[in-house]
Design a protein around this ligand. Sequence first.
Ligand SMILES: O[C@H]1[C@H](O)[C@@H](O)[C@H](O)[C@@H](O)[C@H]1O
Length: 532
Amino acid sequence: MNNLQSDAELSVSLLSGDDGNAEWPCPDEARMTNVDSDEIEDKYGGVFIWLVACSAAVGGLLFGYDSTVIAGVLVMIKDDLGAVLSPSQQELITSIASIGAFIGAFCAGLLLDRLGRTSVIGLGALVFTIGSIQQAIATTVSAITLGRFTIGLGIGEAAMVAPLYIAEISPAKLRGSLVTIDTLAITAGQCIAGAVNIFLQDIRSGWRVAVGVAAIPSILLLGLCFVIPESPRSLIYRNRLDQAMAVTAKIYPSATAEQVRSKVATIHTQFEDGSELRKLTTWDQLRMLFTNGPNLRALTVACGLMAIQQLSGSNSIFYYGPVLLGLVGFPNPIAVAFIMALTNFVFTIFALKYIDTVGRRKLLVNSMWGMPVALTVAAIGIRSIPISRDLDGAVPNLTVNSWIVLFSIAFFVASYAIALGNVPWQCNELFPMEVRALGTMMLTLTNWSLNAVVSSSYLTLMRTYTPSGAFAIYACITLVGWITVISCYPEVSGLPLEEIKELFKHGFGVKYSLKLQKARATSENNSSCRGT
Ligand SMILES: O[C@H]1[C@H](O)[C@@H](O)[C@H](O)[C@@H](O)[C@H]1O
């Protein structure tokens, strides 16, 4: 913190004397500066930015952990709350968190521009801590339901703010990887929850530990909020230019003071009529989001991709994996289902490595075909396994078809995790600053509403259309999703946030973005040739 402060003073005094904001160029002057604001994009480095991203991603870890741990908790609770939970009480305890998440994301969307990113992350961490404690000490069904609702508020808030904050603080060329850290943390949280459930399943009242232990990372996150810097874009939006300079200098440690100044000035020009923008009410911002063509197209792409992520049925596998694998004959389905969580985690690491170099669009297009293929194989494999219509018949024998189902859904999860599991969370980058908070709120609301639909309908889908029919339905959805991505999702890897809005002035910007990427690659090649 102190370091940061002294850097701020240093940069500001270097560039403009003692008065931080007094000598800031007006937008026209900023445009005329002879330092190319993009030059700075090659000057990132150091561990600072990775540490900041990892800190924010603790929110993702809590999101993954808390949304998944409930599956085991419901089994472990037994009659600890007075009587054995009825199916409708189980449904209530599970789904109330999604309702909380929906409301949490909505509130975060309204608060982000007013309070700044780090304060909202801190608020979410506090809510997480309270929710974990409420659950751990619950002695009645209403008490645990309230605890789950509180946790839901935290989950929705974390799901929304962490990726947005990371995207805003990232150098353009690392943005994909740094935001993927958040998804990696979500999948790690899901793995840890699975492991905790396996470990505690036979311990009396072990569920109290399973839910209470989440208070530790949330207290850690609360503490980290006092250390991590505010996003430079949020600072500039709120006219705190000297602080924005200090943070920008930290993100690009080998940039010259002039490059830092040019970067901040360029972002500042995006808010040319800044004072007008700052006066916008939420209603004005909503109107800008829905009635301005480029904004509306950005919203369609972002929410559309998130819808495809959820409607692919991935969470049916993560949430109902043990049920499904039990139905096809695996004797220890909880442990076997853990393989799915692990596959999700491992292939998200692959995304982390390649998302910026290969690009989001290329990763999506080249991995998503695997989902309909895997689901079709699973649909065929499961057809010859004798599963009763109401799903509660005797467990069938383990046959080669059981293994076909296992391998095909593992392949499905891998194809999902490489890109579709994480790129939708990057989509906050598609929105310009003035509508980013609300756009990201819509993105997160899409996630939670469809998450609730899919997770509450999977068993019914299997009962109504047979398990094979359910796989076939998801195969059709993922095939349509893949074709939609090919036609509508533009490549934004490596583009500074301020340049992305240009794409949506050209329809969905797919062709334009590909031309832009080509031109950037050629100019980078030329300048590296000149350098050698
Ligand atoms: O990006 C995440 C991740 O893929 C999780 O594994 C999944 O459970 C979530 O629904 C999704 O939003």
